[in-house]
Design a binder for this molecule. Structure first.
Ligand code: SF4
Length: 290
């Protein structure tokens, strides 16, 4: 059987928050020839490499303190208030690219914390993730982070709870965590804070995966959104494969297939998806000649 169709998922690629942050980095680079970003601007090493070649430097907190740049980008994940205070003290001009969706969530958590001193703030997300650190920072470090249903079951809090999620959390899992807490507490206020770009992608990705014999999912290993979306692919189509770039593709994956769908995380650049598509087409053409 020869492959008739190799298509890229129209919903794959950067979400608007990442697009905006990268656009801002490119603007800084064209204006100043160099730019500094606190933490990786996107969870994709290939895109990082491209921007580094243009003059982007990724710095960590220690580098910021030791050798403060005059201007510094804050990426879409956002930062806790302490970062802004440190930057001010060090005379750094902040180019704030915190995604508006994350900014709104930070504001909501800060308001809840300030107005309800007796309410425990619980955040469902990945411990140590930059966005989660930024959210916890809105509560003077007092928010409790749970990363799984099991952790929610073990949570020992009495009284009122306000529950929030990291914007890129798995919505279904978040709802399970909410149910666990509701069953343990009478007073849990659940805030639906999973980003629409992530939440809508799951049903769309399921639909996409079901239409192809083989699915290639392109993402960086470090992207939590990528890992979550790849699991969605695998659950829908058993012939789903995870690649970080075109070099990971294997000719045997396409044996007997007549269609290939290519998708990716919210941190996967379009040029990388196009690269993978091109290589898929080359492999398919070679397989056909054999
Ligand atoms: S996934 Fe949503 S919240 Fe996160 S950066 Fe993208 S648009 Fe913003």
């Amino acid at each position: 059987m020869s492959i008739k169709l190799v298509e890229i998922d129209k919903y794959a690629g950067f979400c608007f928050g990442v697009t905006k942050a990268i656009g801002s980095a490119e603007k800084e680079l064209s204006e100043f020839g160099v730019a500094y970003c606190l933490g990786k601007i996107v969870h994709n090493q290939k895109e990082e490499n491209r921007l580094e070649k243009l003059g982007l430097h990724t710095i960590d907190r220690d580098e910021m303190q030791a050798n403060p740049p005059s201007r510094m980008l804050i990426r879409a994940h956002g930062e806790p208030p302490s970062t802004y205070a440190d930057a001010k003290r060090l005379g750094i001009t902040i180019v704030d690219e915190t995604c508006p969706v994350v900014l709104r969530l930070q504001g909501l958590i800060a308001k809840t914390y300030q107005e309800n001193p007796d309410c425990a703030i619980v955040i469902f997300g990945k411990k140590g993730h930059a966005e989660v650190n930024g959210l916890v920072g809105q509560t003077d470090g007092k928010a409790v982070v749970v990363s799984s249903v099991e952790e929610a079951e073990k949570l020992n809090i009495s009284g009122k709870i306000a529950l929030f999620s990291q914007t890129t959390a798995d919505f279904q899992l978040y709802m399970q965590v909410a149910d666990v807490l509701r069953n343990k507490h009478l007073d849990v206020e659940v805030h639906e804070t999973v980003c629409g770009s992530v939440k809508n992608r799951v049903p769309r990705l399921k639909e996409f995966c079901a239409n192809y014999d083989v699915v290639i999912f392109v993402s960086d290993e470090a992207s939590s959104n990528g890992r979550m979306l790849y699991e969605v692919c695998r659950a829908t189509n058993s012939r789903s494969y995870f690649v970080t770039d075109a070099n990971d593709l294997r000719p045997e994956w396409f044996t007997g297939a007549s269609s290939v769908g290519i998708s990716g995380a919210t941190s996967t650049p379009s040029w990388l998806l196009e690269d993978v598509k091109q290589k898929c087409c080359n492999i398919v053409a070679c397989n056909d000649k054999k």
